[in-house]
Design a protein around this ligand. Structure first.
Ligand SMILES: [Zn+2]
Length: 410
């Protein structure tokens, strides 16, 4: 199979210029002017390839290459094109334009799909605007209900409901929902956003599991006071309690002994936040990830126990709020095997791996068998203007995607 790498590279560059940031940085926030422009540009590309384009009420866009048996569930592929502020040009885009190139490659090879092949361009994979990611795929899979989604607000206090209507996406959000069985499978091509493929000199990662984060907000409430006036005995310093909790989070993750368990405290707010004042209240947030839900939940349970113990011992009130806890997903073994088989045929090196970032595939896994194809990106860098995947790496990804789609759609 001959992939038109020059055309694909040119399209990736063209799309990167539809941006609110100066090149090479890309900023494309959902429902912005630039997002609208990118959507229109992509729809023209889909139509040029003879695909049937449809949009749902949240702006998820579908471009279908009809198969011979239109009554059979289609095979879906795709990703997102929204970009966080000052991001690069490859995250998500490789999975959308790469899917289009895979379809064009199959068309040029005279392949006739039995099942339809459909590109899905998901709305708001990035949490930039509404504080929650994967809004399009959460709605499609029933993970987020229509009313809660419409009520989401951005920092300017504009509701998703109004923003989507202003962008031309009307209708009841409930209509975005897809029932299990709607698709026969979903395959997402994506840059790795990690260093392992490049380090090992391997072209393709066949993703077997997608880790999912649980986020805990832990608040300690002690007693403030003058840093000089109040002596050490009997203090109820909430920051000292939080400091112990941070170490307890680390310990809980290390305790599992599993390389796939990770836990991080990434935020800390101290009140009142003055050098001469004992912290009266501290809020930290912990992100806990694993590919196994029960193991992740054990870590969470350990953290809760530790926080309770710290609270009693230090006489500081503690409150734990679970902000989210999406279950991790396992990829479909038969699609993972298909990817490996295609790599073998195409003589492309491949290894199985875990996705530690989450993607729309995590939510698609609730309604159909999924798999992901990872390609290396330079130094594992992503979400930065210097994010880079070589044309050769992308070409290999598209070839494997095309082979996988043709197998699944035959
Ligand atoms: Zn992405």
């Amino acid at each position: 199979m001959q992939v038109n790498t020059a055309r694909l590279s040119a399209e990736i560059n063209a799309l990167s210029l539809i941006s609110d940031a100066e090149p090479p940085a890309v900023t494309r926030i959902v429902f912005s002017e630039r997002d609208h422009e990118a959507r229109e540009w992509l729809k023209s590309r889909y139509r040029e390839a003879g695909l049937e384009v449809r949009e749902d009420p949240v702006g998820n866009t579908f471009a279908r290459w009809p198969g011979a048996s239109t009554q059979l569930p289609a095979i879906a592929t795709g990703s997102h094109v929204d970009a966080i502020p000052h991001a690069g040009k490859y995250d998500g885009v490789v999975g959308v334009l790469g899917a289009l190139e895979a379809i064009r490659t199959l068309q040029q090879n005279g392949f006739q799909p039995t099942r339809s092949i459909e590109i899905v361009q998901f709305t708001a994979e990035e949490p930039t605007r509404f504080g929650i990611g994967c809004i399009g795929s959460r709605l499609m899979s029933g993970t987020l209900d229509a009313a809660s989604a419409d009520a989401l607000r951005d920092k300017q206090d504009q509701s998703l409901h109004n923003l989507r209507h202003n962008s031309g996406f009307s209708g009841d959000l409930a209509a975005t929902r897809m029932l299990p069985g709607h698709y026969a499978g979903f395959v997402e091509l994506h840059i790795e956003q990690g260093p392992f493929l490049e380090r090992d000199g391997i072209s393709i990662g066949a993703v077997t599991h997608i880790a999912a984060p649980a986020t805990l907000r832990i608040t300690f409430e002690g007693e403030g006071g003058h840093a000089g006036g109040r002596l050490m005995p009997g203090r109820r310093d909430s920051f000292c309690a939080a400091a112990e909790a941070v170490l307890a989070v680390e310990r809980a993750a290390l305790f599992t002994g599993a390389i796939d368990t990770v836990a991080t405290v990434g935020t800390c707010e101290i009140y009142p936040g003055a050098v001469n004042s004992i912290p009266s209240r501290v809020r930290i947030e912990a992100d806990i990830r694993d590919i196994e839900e029960t193991r992740r939940d054990e870590v969470i349970a350990k953290i809760k126990t530790a926080v309770g113990e710290i609270s009693v011992r230090r006489n500081v009130a503690a409150n734990i709020q679970m902000l989210n806890a999406d279950p991790p997903a396992a990829c479909a073994p038969q699609i993972v095997s298909t990817i490996e088989r295609v790599c073998q045929t195409e003589q492309i090196s491949c290894k199985r791996m875990v996705s530690r970032a989450y993607h729309d595939s995590l939510f698609m896994a609730r309604i159909c068998p999924v798999a992901m194809i990872f390609i290396p990106c330079r130094d594992g860098v992503s979400h930065r203007p210097d994010e880079y995947a070589s044309p050769k790496a992308i070409e290999a990804g598209v070839r494997v995607l095309a082979g996988t789609l043709s197998d699944l759609a035959s």
